[in-house]
Design a protein around this ligand. Structure first.
Ligand SMILES: Nc1nc2c(ncn2[C@@H]2O[C@H](COP(=O)(O)OP(=O)(O)OP(=O)(O)O)[C@@H](O)[C@H]2O)c(=O)[nH]1
Length: 214
């Protein structure tokens, strides 16, 4: 364990794991020179966890974390029989924001919608970016009616959103464990996706519940 044992960054340093030895890491450059790695390690560990679970553009949870939470909630609900809801939404005609105003404007729209999404959920819900302009919310202890209420509130909030003078709307599909045909995680996602598709086909800027689809 004698890591660069000859190194001493200052007279007080006795640690073989001196912070100065490892040369610094971006974002931690202000950290005092003579702190032991053990003190910095929790900060690095926390930052690595944040980076591996969040989407860089929106700050929402990423798809990997979404899959972890879905599996966890599914196991919990299978055991306790408590419901949980999944809402999936997609920004309407998003391509036009990119094509008409540029990709950076498209990114700003994504960020604004993501902020509204995160702020509209409870602390123990999980807002995720599923990919592109598709998002998923995982709502523990929530049945289909509860999920519909959250989705409708979110739809209204986004409808009232103005991003750099531009109006935005979203289409949403909602499913819940364990309504008929939604016993597995894949079925839950598929049901929410089908409901979202129905919202698109029905004219957009609306919410569809999975159990309304024949
Ligand atoms: N700016 C930006 N655009 C993205 C990102 N990810 C995906 N897109 C764009 O999102 C657009 C998705 O467009 P479509 O799938 O055709 O759907 P839409 O225009 O939203 O139309 P509907 O969903 O049918 O209402 C494509 O132009 C992608 O290039 C991103 O991170 N940033």
């Amino acid at each position: 364990m004698n890591f660069r044992s000859s190194h001493r960054c200052c007279a007080d340093c006795t640690s073989p794991f001196c912070w100065r030895c490892i040369g610094g890491i971006r974002g931690f450059s202000d950290y005092p020179q003579c702190h032991r790695l053990a003190e910095v390690f929790p900060l690095i560990s926390k930052e690595l966890r944040r980076l591996s679970t969040t989407d860089a553009l929106t700050g929402l949870y990423n798809r990997r974390h979404m899959e972890y939470v879905l599996t966890t909630e599914h196991s919990r609900s299978a055991r306790t029989k408590a419901p949980f809801a999944v809402l999936m939404f997609d920004i309407d005609h998003f391509k036009k924001f990119n094509d008409t105003y540029g990709h950076e404007q498209g990114d700003r729209v994504l960020q604004a919608v993501a902020r509204t999404f995160r702020d509209s959920l409870r602390k123990y819900d999980t807002p995720c970016r599923y990919g592109g302009e598709e998002f998923i919310g995982i709502l523990p202890q929530t049945n289909l009616d509860g999920g519909m209420a959250v989705a409708e509130r979110l739809r209204c909030e986004v409808e009232n959103l103005v991003v750099d003078g531009l109006k935005v709307t979203i289409s949403i599909g909602v499913s819940a464990y364990a309504d008929t045909g939604t016993e597995s995680v894949d079925q839950l996602i598929h049901a929410a996706d089908q409901a979202l598709y129905r919202s698109k086909a029905g004219g957009r800027n609306c919410v569809t519940r999975a159990d309304s689809i024949a």
